[in-house]
Design a protein around this ligand. Structure first.
Ligand code: HEM
Length: 430
């Protein structure tokens, strides 16, 4: 058990103040497995590739997501990964049907189109606030990929996306049940989202359209039955939530890192020029070849992971590294600690995409930006593709320069590690 816990609240103050330093303190003091308490809940922290592999390879019956992610179920109900193992088995095929190879082939041109329209609007030179711009682009991509242009606009006008600010602001794994104003706003946002989606579901039942949303309506679940309306609405709302803040944050950080790192930026720009040339669209062949961009996105995922902690409940006593972790405890992995272990990532605090292109670092469970095992992020390819397309088209067109000094850019603590407001100046490349 890590020292410093207080009666009842345990380590909550230190945990909330700065997770990264907190986990590092535990790792340096006790190694890869140690205990903490958060508001009376005992938790074992697991740090290191073997321990993380154990975490991700365990089944839902051994390590369950249901209780630790109740704060998310408060927003979206007990769907898929927020429900029991039985619910997850039923919903998983529907979840994955949205991200098949065929579906991805349809999303790819939409992503390029959204980014090109944005670049067109930016003109030859100017200054933007990057974090807001990325949040806008990511919503636009998700809306247009899954709903099509027209319905996306309609939902936007009805206030669909506006509700997500209240949802993001309410992310809190510990206090989510208290009658605080932020949770009341969360509940109101959840009801508003359902009220907006229900007429769309009814409309689509009468008149099907060939897009991602329709898949949710028609794809049979694990028992061969289509999902009920309420589950469809919750599913869609949850997917948009899982995808937009995370991707927006990492896209913004990826651009910040590249703007701040001339050597890798040059590699990226040369690569885009030779692989993509003047093509307006980034296709799947380009995607395979833009290795410097892939590495830049990966390195950002390592340094600024969107999900800082992943949690499960121990359902049956387990033994790990000689410790018994009893049923009822939670186990937690932390990207904030795992991605900075010098044994696995050389000079871990440095931005260095070459660790992936030249040194083969992070090939196993050392790198857990998107989780791993059964619950590995369903939207990983979608998010990576989107971030790569944004970077490729943006850096092909412009030279970028940080107006907000790099050292002053912090992490906007709201569950997704988005950068604080960051101004960037751009001008056409010659
Ligand atoms: C950079 C962007 C993203 C990051 C860093 C990210 C990260 C993660 C992580 C770490 C998990 C595992 C959670 C756990 O094991 O407890 C996860 C799961 C998940 N993510 Fe993402 N995600 C991103 C984008 C997306 C997008 C774009 C979508 C969909 C539109 C999405 C949908 C999901 C879903 C549905 C799960 C649950 C999978 C399951 O339980 O089977 N994510 N994500």
């Amino acid at each position: 058990m890590l020292s410093g816990g207080l009666p009842y609240i345990g380590h909550a103050i230190e945990f909330y103040r700065d997770q990264e330093s907190f986990f590092r303190r535990g790792y340096h003091k006790h190694g890869k497995v140690f205990g903490i308490k958060l508001l009376g809940q005992p938790m074992a922290i697991l740090i290191g590739p073997e321990e993380q592999s154990f975490f991700f390879k365990s089944t839902d019956k051994e390590l369950s997501m249901e209780k630790p992610y109740q704060f998310l179920a408060a927003m979206f109900g007990r769907i898929a990964f927020l429900g029991s193992h039985e619910t997850y088995k039923l919903h998983r095929p529907v979840l994955h049907s949205l991200f098949t190879r065929d579906q991805m082939a349809r999303y790819l041109p939409v992503m390029s189109q959204v980014v090109n329209e944005w670049l067109e609007r930016l003109g030859d030179s100017g200054e933007i606030e990057l974090t807001d711009e990325m949040t806008h682009i990511v919503k636009e991509v998700a809306g247009r990929c899954f709903l099509g242009d027209e319905v996306h606009r309609r939902l936007e006008a009805e206030g669909f996306w506006a509700q997500y600010d209240a949802l993001s602001a309410s992310l809190d794994p510990l206090l989510y049940n208290l009658p605080l104003p932020k949770f009341k706003r969360r509940d109101a946002a959840r009801e508003k989202i359902r009220a907006i989606l229900q007429p769309l579901i009814e409309e689509r039942r009468k008149q099907p359209v060939d897009d991602g949303f329709q898949y949710l309506l028609e794809q049979p679940d694990g028992a061969g039955v289509p999902l009920p309306d309420e589950v469809i609405a919750n599913f869609f709302a949850a997917l948009m939530f899982a995808g937009h803040e995370t991707t927006a944050g990492q896209a913004a950080w990826s651009i910040i890192h590249l703007a701040n790192n001339a050597a890798h930026r040059t590699r990226v720009q040369e690569e885009v020029q030779s692989v993509v040339g003047d093509s307006a669209e980034i296709n799947h062949v380009h995607m395979r070849e833009i290795k410097q961009i892939t590495a830049a996105v990966q390195e950002t995922g390592r340094l600024r992971p969107s999900a800082e902690t992943l949690i499960r409940e121990v359902k049956e006593d387990i033994t790990l590294d000689g410790y018994r972790i009893p049923a009822g405890w939670f186990v937690m992995t932390s990207t904030a600690a795992a991605h900075f272990i010098p044994e696995y990532f050389a000079n871990p605090h440095a931005y260095d995409p070459a660790r992936f292109t030249e040194r083969n670092e992070g090939r196993g469970f050392e790198l857990i930006t998107f989780g791993g095992g059964l619950h590995k992020c369903t939207g990983m390819n979608f998010a990576r593709t989107e971030m790569s397309i944004i970077m490729a088209l943006l850096f092909r067109k412009y030279e970028l320069e940080l107006v907000t000094p790099y050292e002053q850019i912090g992490v906007n603590r709201g569950g997704s590690s988005k950068p604080t407001p960051t101004r960037v100046r751009y001008k056409l490349r010659h």
